[in-house]
Design a protein around this ligand. Structure first.
Ligand SMILES: *Cc1c(COP(=O)(O)O)cnc(C)c1O
Length: 495
């Protein structure tokens, strides 16, 4: 029998992987989790000799068991090809005593490309398998990077269209330009007057609206998600952790079975959850260190056991982590309370009611692998500058948060285990903040002047993704208030 999926809130069980990918979110508002977390059926020695694509197959076949070998290999080979600017796909760079796992070599220069390059292939394959006749409408909330990566993946894919909501004043200039210049007749970008949480809550509300689902079904449409609530995002993200560990071993950086820590700059908890899944599959990771910026709701959660979103939403220099409601935490909560849908539902109802919930001692113990820290904007900038001055290696503001948290953790704990830091974006995507971290406040309004400056500083050639927006035309200009999201979605269907 293949691996089946169930909702964290109990409303759906026995769901195949392809159905879960098509749906995105379960109809009860829960997230799909596999009934068990499968183990790898290859050794680290075997993995050490594999390419990224081969590793992807070894990992993904364990989770997506209703895809045939041929289908899965087709999806993998079309996703991880020359779109990436390096054959390694996710190279490891040693600097400052840690290993940066560079996840930004895809089309839109953020780690979202790692999963969103393959999601359209998984989605269209899943649609075929399930005989879907409707057009699939990908509804996505973005804190800045998912939107562009999802559109780049789904642009002009037959049988799909995609609508992206982003916080109008909550993304970097490069992020915004990347989205507003997106080509493809089936793409739609909307700036909302609100923050990421407003966008994500609005999208989840539309998913939970059964009347709406029926209405659009009659028009020949059905919704799906490109956010990390979709297991089609989560599964491909496990791959690079397995790959990174195997590469450390292959390169003689670690002994057989040596434990390695992982530090992840965290927002919606999708990336770090993938590291947790890699560990459950058998990769010898030790501590999983969750790094937050000033929106440190996860740090407070891991240190106190109470999740409390009632606080000011702070716009930071790491905007893709400006999030107070971390969706993927629901999956960890569910696993930590013995897969009790009732308890999970209770916590999620409390979260949408009072804005907080508390976990039990047992649940805390279950999460013992996790450590948490946070770094404010000053600390982040200081870390970027120090690493640059010491080594010449330049990191972005999200990776900066992780590097600062990792350094503080090592110092405070004395834990000297080798550490992988998930490097989630190219510094070019956040050129102003990165240049200012190294050189101090910049007077210019010209983003491209900063980009040219960054090239001189880093010696890394300006990526294609940035050159593309230099001259590109603005193609989107829609905006709305959070309460108008449903109407906005509907209005795109008449076209
Ligand atoms: C999305 C994103 C994050 C946060 O990842 P999650 O999976 O949401 O925790 C961190 N850094 C960058 C650059 C991102 O785009």
């Amino acid at each position: 029998m293949g691996l089946l999926y169930e909702s964290t809130r109990g409303g759906e069980t026995g769901v195949t992987a392809s159905e879960a990918i098509l749906k995105g979110l379960a109809s009860d508002g829960g997230l799909f989790v596999p009934e068990t977390i499968p183990c790898l059926d290859v050794t680290v020695e075997e993995l050490a000799g594999m390419t990224y694509q081969e590793t992807a197959y070894a990992v993904m076949k364990q989770f997506l068991t209703d895809f045939t070998e041929e289908e899965l290999k087709y999806c993998i080979s079309h996703a991880y090809d020359e779109k990436f600017d390096t054959e390694e796909i996710a190279p490891l760079v040693r600097a400052g005593g840690v290993y940066f796992l560079e996840l930004f070599h895809g089309k839109t220069i953020a780690f979202k490309d790692m999963a969103l390059s393959i999601l359209p292939y998984l989605m269209t394959t899943a649609a075929k398998k399930n005989d879907v006749k409707n057009e699939i409408v990908i509804l996505t909330a973005t804190s800045g990077d998912t939107g562009k990566a999802a559109m780049a993946g789904f642009a002009d894919v037959p049988g799909t269209r995609i609508i992206v909501f982003y916080p109008k004043d909550g993304v970097s200039r490069v992020q915004e330009l990347q989205m507003l210049t997106q080509k493809g007749a089936n793409t739609c970008v909307v700036g909302i007057h609100g923050n990421f949480d407003d966008a994500q809550t609005g999208v989840k509300k539309i998913f939970g609206d059964r009347e709406f689902a029926k209405e659009i079904d009659q028009m020949g449409f059905q919704l799906s998600s490109a956010n990390s609530i979709n297991i089609g995002r989560l599964v491909p993200q496990i791959v690079y952790y397995v790959y990174a560990y195997a590469k450390l071993y292959a390169n003689g950086e670690i002994e057989k079975g040596e434990k390695v820590n992982v530090t992840v700059p965290t927002g919606n908890f999708g990336n770090i959850l993938a590291a947790y899944f890699a560990k459950q599959m058998g990769i010898p990771f030790d501590k999983l260190i969750c790094a937050s910026n000033d929106n440190k709701v996860l740090y407070d959660f891991f240190t106190t056991g109470t999740y409390d979103k009632n606080r000011e939403f702070i716009l930071t220099t790491s905007p893709s982590m400006d999030i107070l409601v971390s969706s993927n935490l629901e999956r960890l909560l569910y696993l930590s309370c013995g897969r009790s849908a009732e308890k999970t539902r209770g916590m999620m109802e409390a979260l949408s009611g009072t804005g907080k919930y508390e976990i039990t001692e047992d649940m805390k113990n279950f999460m013992a692998d996790f450590r948490a820290g946070y770094a404010g904007m000053e600390e982040n900038a200081a870390m970027i500058r120090k690493l640059y001055e010491d080594t010449g290696y330049l990191i972005d503001t999200h990776t900066g948060v992780a590097a600062a948290v990792c350094a503080a953790y090592r110092e405070a704990s004395g834990d000297a285990a080798k550490t992988i830091i998930a490097s989630t974006a190219s510094p070019y995507k956040f050129s102003r903040s990165v240049v200012e971290a190294v050189c101090g406040k910049q007077d210019t309004d010209d983003e491209f002047e900063l980009i040219d400056k960054l090239e001189k500083l880093s010696g890394v050639p300006i990526p294609q993704a940035i050159e593309e927006i230099r001259e590109a035309k603005i193609l989107h200009n829609r905006q709305c208030r959070p309460e108008e999201m449903k109407e906005t979605v509907k209005s795109t269907f008449s076209k």
